[in-house]
Design a protein around this ligand. Sequence first.
Ligand code: CA
Length: 123
Amino acid sequence: MTTLRHRKDALAALLLAAAGSGCISHEETVRIHEERLPINFETDAAARTFYEAVEKLRTSASPSNSTTQFGIPMILSHKVTTENGPHQVFNEGVRRADTDRDGTITEKEARIFQTQILTESLR
Ligand SMILES: [Ca+2]
């Protein structure tokens, strides 16, 4: 009985706060604009394989903007929008392909990366 009374009091206080101040609303935009990562290629074939895989990744990637939203109707609203910059997919490709982090993508690394992308696109 006491717990129910406390819940009613808490709900009443919450509704009063909402009525008094209106809906508490928060909107935020997070911009992810990173510079294009510097990278070398062992051969032209490595570059070609890498760029083909990156294009595949770009077409299968989620939209460049995403929104996360949650709230309590009439009381609380919270919305975060994330905007990705133009180099985000390229940089993701570099991070995944250059597995030994030596700044050069070899033909072998490019082929492994391409296989990963093709495998993911089949799921
Ligand atoms: Ca490497």
